[in-house]
Design a protein around this ligand. Structure first.
Ligand SMILES: Nc1nc2c(ncn2[C@@H]2O[C@H](COP(=O)(O)OP(=O)(O)OP(=O)(O)O)[C@@H](O)[C@H]2O)c(=O)[nH]1
Length: 250
């Protein structure tokens, strides 16, 4: 589609130009008279003033454009800095400090379920196949978490091979179902370890009412995780202390 012609761009100094042209015409038409020379000087000075003003306007437009570009870059850098401060560089999920902060903020006004999970026998993976393979397993586990957790969940890396999933508005039973789905997703994921072995993880789940805090909920979930490890790994355990209260959530 052809663009409509917007017409000539209006000159910022239209009125001044017209006044200048009028003065020039008057000066040219008038016979040499007293004051004529002064008018000629005035015209020259006015022309110079207009040229100088145009130059200053151009310079200030350029400075404004540069300032806007710098401002955009600064906003991008601030966003990048904030992202780096709050996210784990390997996996991109929230880092330990950020998930703790987020969970404590949410606890201020709502109930929360915490899932803590730890990859089973991860040291063996590192020792047998090297650290880079271990890193790839961590990335695979995070991919499983992100594919399974509901949109409202917050995922954080709280240790080397240990993660926390915070679930707002989930009862203890619902969060246990999420943990079981995560467990199955990891168990069935093709990590392609050189010896063909599978990767599994163990889970502890804890529910706490509004007013709780990360340390207490995490401590209980971690105890449940420890029981899951002792019971043979690749299992989900609910923290006993959280069970009754959790069933009341709707
Ligand atoms: N590749 C890799 N390894 C890590 C990272 N952070 C921690 N680790 C390793 O994770 C391993 C954790 O092992 P352990 O805590 O002994 O536990 P585990 O072998 O997983 O055994 P269980 O938890 O009892 O099933 C150690 O070998 C750490 O060096 C990381 O970012 N990348």
């Amino acid at each position: 589609m052809a663009c409509a012609d917007a017409g000539p761009v209006p000159d910022l100094f239209d009125a001044e130009n017209q006044a200048l042209q009028a003065a020039k015409s008057a000066h040219a038409a008038a016979a040499p008279a007293p004051g004529g020379e002064a008018l000629a000087d005035l015209i020259v000075a006015y022309e110079r003033l207009l040229r100088e003003t145009r130059r200053l306007v151009r310079r200030s437009d350029k400075a404004e454009l540069e300032m806007n570009q710098l401002n955009t870059r600064l906003q991008d850098l601030a966003a990048e800095l904030e992202h780096r401060a709050n996210h784990d560089p390997l996996t991109g999920v929230l880092n330990r400090a950020a998930i703790i902060d987020r969970v404590n903020r949410m606890f201020a006004h709502q109930d929360l379920a915490l899932i803590v999970l730890d990859i089973d026998h991860f040291k063996r993976i590192n020792d047998s196949f090297g650290h880079p393979m271990g890193d790839r397993v961590i990335l695979g586990v995070v991919a499983c978490l992100q594919a399974v957790v509901p949109a409202s969940a917050h995922v954080g890396r709280v240790g080397g091979e240990e993660f926390t999933v915070a679930l707002p508005r989930h009862s203890g039973a619902e969060s246990e179902q999420v943990a079981q789905a995560l467990r199955r997703a990891i168990e069935n994921h093709a990590f392609n370890l050189p010896d063909g072995s599978r990767v599994t993880a163990s889970f502890g789940v804890c529910w706490a009412g509004a007013g709780g805090d990360f340390d207490s909920a995490y401590g209980l979930a971690d105890e449940a995780l420890f029981i899951a490890k002792r019971a043979g790994r690749n299992q989900v355990r609910q923290a006993a202390a959280c069970l009754h209260a959790a069933e009341h959530v709707v």
